[in-house]
Write a protein that binds this ligand. Structure first.
Ligand code: 26Q
Length: 816
């Protein structure tokens, strides 16, 4: 970047080297010639951190002076990925650091690769939060992210005999140079206990919560730099500690072991990220986590971020709390409690403010993924909050009765409290009632929220409902991860596109430029080779760098239909081995999978085992002459995504229509020049509309077709009976062809469940999918046509920058 105010002027290689060496000596306490790679990594990280800190402090001073309205993004997950490279990119210190280290004989890339990524999220929702804080900073929005500093992030995945094994993610093992703990700003949070009534001198009735145990939240600050704009925002993650008072009381009582046990109980709260991302179990510790970080964050904002003696009646002028799904929704009764019990406000005043400061983003459509908390559990842990929720519900149902007199059924449907199967709080309903706005994450998803999941609420509060289509940060997912493509783009259209992604449109004419296409292919080819190198080293997987890279990477879920992809692979293999398909007609392809299964999700784990079994067989079959390969590197994470996505030619987005709220991997692939084979689901719909039907392989039932088929009675067995290729593929799996003749265990349970039930209609979409794959192959056979499509995918996907998402949030929600 030569036009941006270059860091070089204030930060020469020389001074960088001096600061780096200082960090080696005085930060790590070692001589350079005795320093380990980790010492050098930490020293480099701290050098960059110091540079950021100057700007961070300046950002904080400005905000204290100007007191602009801010956004607090509350999320139980922030799937950040590695920090060093990103921060070098944002500060434009990359070249200086490289030159400086070169002179010292140190390899920058090796240091970057030392970093263990903070995997503080499960998948899409957590990564979205990370993209959003990046874009908030880049779009110059005063904002703060609030979340949990899990000691263990998403588990590390290994395969043992093809089966998933989970290991703890010890991401803090080698030290964490990016965080700044602030124990002096710790916050105390209560749990359990009782609620008492009391009267003040004037005789006014009040309620008071006396918790019976407490936990201390220690804030850890992370700096979130905007892209070369001088702003550095804060991400504040909370870590749980035992409260000192609690410790002392028990120690003084002489019970040392009890005291230690109490400490452990407290610290358990931020110990580990729950690895389920759907069908959440109502686990008490999970609710403790949610209340813990939300209570800390509200108190922090009200008491530390806002000026002292700020009049909270004006809170809506200063903040929106954006709730990332329902995980932080307990913030609603917590703010009510704070205003009413702790500040003596009247209910109506507190409710008026509360309804203005919260907004809710929904990320799902699956009914089983909607969070509910049994009232007995919630009432035991947070008795005052349950009372408040009941009162919110009473007043809300009163409103429902007024709006729809005599409609008892509606009242029951809309109640925040579900009666069946156990009395529970429906968190999405609470969020919808309390929030000023409710948004879905793609056009189709928002429409389905209005029409189906929350239709009664949309009827009652039409003004609340809106859409903000997700986006991804082009900093990490283009500039950082795909430097070759980025350089080619910059050469073609100049600087500036990284923060103004619609400018990629200027590439459109180049799709017709043969020389540009050649260079584009060269970039892809380089990226494939780079990816091949990484998985060879990391996983011992050998692939040809010339074969088409066909990638399906996302959490393992039945609705995402990895099994449909697998049926396609098995069908190809079956047709080849049975002689129906001449090898010469088979497009050389590497089928790449990346997927973690929730540890308790048996069917998902069986699917992983089956993919690995099929892969082992196909990869070892010499008769294929290496034309087909299955590559399933373990432990797919942000870091691996950064080398895989730029290498991909084909992006698999094949969820059952109406099930994937948005998807964000789909956007990353399109922006890196992969073509999509996909259903009419989530943001695929918008991707296809933008890139055009000729450059997107659409297949399968759309959402209305799925609903109709469901209503008329779906019988998967009929597809098995009537499609001989499908039958042959399923039979081949069931015969034990991939499991050394073993027809038992997961083989029979997976095939039987597909043939007999097939919850997400993979069989119904099989034929359309195979046809789409044949269109893929025909298009690929014409490399010029394919490259043209790939370039147009890049050129027309600028809309999917998370910068645009943030601007949409500003216009539709935060300034509204
Ligand atoms: C809730 C309660 C208890 C335990 C776990 C959970 C939990 C945790 C994570 C529930 C859901 C999640 C994650 C959901 C998620 O990642 N959803 C995805 O969000 C993306 C960003 O909007 C969308 O693109 C995806 O379509 C959606 O599946």
């Amino acid at each position: 970047d030569t036009t941006a105010p270059s860091a070089a002027r204030e930060h020469t290689v020389e001074s960088f080297t001096r600061e780096f060496l200082r960090e080696v000596n005085f930060g790590q306490g070692v001589d350079l010639d005795r320093a380990s790679t980790n010492d050098k990594y930490l020293a480099l990280a701290r050098t960059v951190r110091a540079y950021l800190t100057t700007r961070w402090l300046e950002t904080l001073r400005t905000q204290r002076r100007e007191q602009k309205k801010a956004v607090a993004y509350m999320s139980a997950e922030f799937l950040l990925g590695r920090q060093l490279e990103n921060n070098l990119l944002a500060t434009d210190l990359g070249e200086i650091a490289r030159d400086s280290l070169d002179l010292l004989g140190i390899d920058l890339v090796e240091l970057c690769n030392t970093e263990i990524e903070p995997g503080l999220g499960n998948g899409g929702l957590g990564r979205l939060a990370a993209c959003f804080v990046d874009s908030l900073a880049t779009e110059n929005v005063p904002s703060i992210g609030y979340g949990i500093r899990y000691e263990y992030g998403i588990f590390r995945q290994r395969f043992e005999d093809g089966r998933q094994v989970e290991e703890p993610d010890e991401w803090l093992r080698l030290g964490s140079p990016w965080e700044m703990p602030h124990p002096e700003n710790a916050v105390k949070v209560g749990f359990g206990g009782r609620v008492e009534a009391w009267k003040d001198e004037s005789g006014r009735a009040h309620r008071r919560w006396s918790p019976d145990w407490h936990v201390t939240g220690v804030p850890y600050n992370y700096m979130v730099p905007g892209y070369r704009n001088g702003r550095v925002n804060t991400l504040r993650l909370w870590s749980a500690r035992a409260t000192q008072a609690f410790d002392l009381a028990i120690f003084n009582a002489g019970d040392y072991t009890d005291a230690v046990r109490a400490q452990t109980q407290a610290e358990n709260i931020s110990k580990v990220l729950y690895p389920e991302d759907s069908t959440p179990q109502g686990k008490e510790l999970r609710l403790q986590q949610q209340y813990f970080f939300v209570a800390c964050s509200l108190r922090d904002f009200v008491e530390k971020v806002l000026p002292e003696d700020f009049d909270l009646h004006r809170l809506p002028e200063r903040i929106t709390f954006q709730l990332n799904d329902t995980h932080p929704v307990i913030a609603v009764p917590e703010l009510m409690r704070l205003l009413i019990d702790e500040r003596g406000w009247e209910w109506a005043d507190a409710w008026a403010v509360t309804q203005k400061v919260f907004a809710y983003t929904c990320h799902t459509l699956l009914p089983e993924a909607l969070e509910v908390w049994p009232v007995d559990l919630l009432g035991r842990l947070l008795p005052r909050h349950l009372e408040i929720i009941y009162r919110i519900n009473e007043e809300f149902l009163e409103q429902v009765r007024e709006a729809f007199p005599g409609d008892m059924l509606r009242e029951r449907h809309m109640s925040i409290i579900a009666e069946e199967p156990v009395r529970s709080v429906r968190m999405a309903y609470l969020a919808t009632v309390a929030g000023a706005k409710v948004n879905g994450v793609a056009e189709l998803h928002s429409q389905l929220l209005r029409d189906k999941v929350l239709s009664d609420f949309a009827e009652m509060f039409p003004h609340k409902f809106t859409n903000v289509t997700n986006g991804v940060t082009p900093r990490r997912f283009m500039a950082l991860s795909n430097p070759r493509l980025s350089a080619l783009i910059t050469e073609a259209i100049g600087e500036g596109w990284v923060t103004d992604l619609e400018r990629l449109r200027e590439l459109e004419p180049l799709a017709d430029d043969a020389e540009f296409r050649r260079r584009f292919r060269e970039v892809k080819s380089h990226n494939r080779a780079r990816f091949a190198g990484v998985i060879a080293e990391r996983d011992g997987i050998e692939i040809s760098p010339d074969a088409m890279v066909d990638a399906m990477v996302k959490r393992l879920h039945e609705y995402k239909r990895q099994s449909l992809k697998l049926l396609h692979i098995v069908s190809l293999y079956e047709r080849i081995t049975s002689g129906a398909l001449p090898l010469a007609d088979v497009t050389p392809r590497t089928f790449v999978f990346g997927a973690k299964a929730a540890p308790g999700y048996v069917r998902a784990k069986e699917t992983i085992a089956l993919i690995n079994a099929v892969g082992r067989t196909i990869n070892a079959d010499a008769s294929l002459e290496g034309r087909l390969k299955v590559a399933f590197p373990a432990n797919y994470n942000v870091t691996l995504a950064e080398t895989l996505i730029p290498a991909a030619d084909l992006s698999e987005q094949i969820s059952q229509a109406g099930k994937e709220a948005s998807g964000t991997g789909n956007m990353k692939f399109a922006l890196n020049g992969a073509l999509t084979v996909g259903t009419d689901d989530g943001a695929n719909v918008e991707i296809r509309q933008l890139v055009g039907d000729d450059h997107f392989f659409l297949f399968g039932m759309d959402e209305p077709a799925v609903s109709d088929l469901q209503a008329s009675g779906y019988r998967s067995a009929s597809y098995y009976e009537q499609d001989k290729d499908l039958r042959a593929a399923l039979d081949m799996i069931a015969s034990g062809a991939f499991t050394g003749g073993d027809r038992g265990s997961f083989v029979s349970s997976i095939t039987a469940s597909l043939i007999e039930r097939d919850r997400f209609m993979a069989l119904a979409d099989f034929r359309a999918y195979v046809d789409a794959q044949e269109r893929v192959e025909a298009h690929w056979a014409d490399q010029e046509a394919w490259t043209r499509s790939a370039v147009l995918n890049v050129a027309r996907s600028g809309y999917f920058s998370s910068d645009r998402s943030i601007r949409d949030y500003l216009a539709r929600i935060w300034n509204a």
